[in-house]
Design a protein. Sequence first.
Length: 120
Amino acid sequence: MGELRANDQKIVVWWGTRMECPSAIARLERMGELDEPGGERARTILESLSEARYEIEPAQGLRELACGLLRKHETTSADGLQLAAALCTPWRGPKTIEFVCLDRRLARAAEREGLRIAGN
């Protein structure tokens, strides 16, 4: 993932990222897959990225798009919101942005919506 950031000028995230990332770090710590120093490094990196990102805020149109995506794809409500935010990215054009995702189900839905998946 670090190499993705090194090659990019903009990071676009949905508004829930502020909770999802710390939650994932804490879960890995609880599971013993990430030690305390590793968790601190991850939180430090996450904080440094917060200054270099553009955040898609919640709006009625985003919610409506997410609801439509839930009918089309097998995703959770949070994934539907994240995918809707990617589809609402101001810089979005044919294959101009990469969707960074480690969840296979969400990545499949994003691909079906025409997004290019990072690492593919």
